[in-house]
Design a protein around this ligand. Sequence first.
Ligand code: ACO
Length: 351
Amino acid sequence: MSFIQELKERSQTTNRKIVFPEGNDPRILRAARIVKDQEIATPIILGKEKELWAINVDPIKGISDFLIVDPAESEEYEEFYHKYYEMRKDKGVSLEKAKDLLKDPLYFSAMMVKNGFADGSVAGAANTTANVLRPALQIIGTASGVSVVSGTFIMLIDTPHVPRDMLIFADCAVNPQPDAQQLAEIAVSSARTARSITGLNPSVALLSFSTKGSAQHPLIDKVVEACRIARKMEPDIGIDGELQADAAIVPNIGERKAPNSKVAGKANVLIFPDLQSANISYKLVERLANITVIGPILQGMEKPVNDLSRGCSVEDIVNLTAITVLQADQVSQSSSGKTKEESEVQVESKS
Ligand code: ACO
């Protein structure tokens, strides 16, 4: 079974509600139809019913079986803008501003997730990453023990000379210039995402343009320091750096450049030193190697919100929804008191 099929099947066992703030985008309505018909989740669509009917992506079923919410007309609108005002008044937000912002589906959906009306949210088909992230960061915030939200991509590899079928890239989406502490957190969060969503046994490489002191520069020092902090945070996970990309993933190069490293040559979670290198790398790999990428999967949020690329396909939306469902399931298992190990989804371990 393909990894994507497996994701969908796992999400079908859960029964989660996912809110789609961008109901006016036809791709969202098409994806929501698949999500509902395949029982991946119960979709909640934000928008005006009349406008959504006008888009009419499904002439047979239409949208009559969707739960549709118009933020400004909803029963929760007043409660939500008051809550937002209380949360943000110390940051200078007025009640008038709160009233305005909560008419915005991205703010309203974050409030729905925060208050348990939905288990997660998927947006970004029609909005920039920053616009999707800001309300989520302000309203939902980070999970306990986490200070940095970041974004990973699952890269599904189909190239004979790379001896693995999947790599995780991070942070390709959120933090323009993480410091050493933030980079360490990104490494640890990505290892956890790798394990829980993909079943990988994480082997984490902190990437640089140097391998084990082959070059000297303050930028390399940051990566070395991040590696030290990450190892302290998660001593049971294989984490190493600084490593060049070839030393990280190609076994004979890893052996030559970093002979004492348990990660070199075997890394499956690649942590880039900043957003420019990460974002450029994932897009180049996607386009040049013509491989399937899934993400960005936002990690570190108290409840899941995921961000699509504006160039996304219907299939991308369905896949990210399945992941959002699995993340929501984990949140609920963790809050019901299960241990980290128990709540991590059990899937066949891949190297
Ligand atoms: N983790 C946790 N909290 C954060 C983070 C983070 N990474 N970033 C910001 N916050 C917090 C802020 O501290 C702030 O908290 P507060 O208001 O309660 O004090 C809150 O979130 C809101 O922050 P803002 O100041 O409103 O937003 P900011 O200007 O910090 O921007 C943002 C945050 C939007 C994520 C910004 O860092 C950004 O634009 N990142 C780049 C996104 C991007 O363009 N990615 C590339 C494209 S994605 C792709 O190609 C797949």
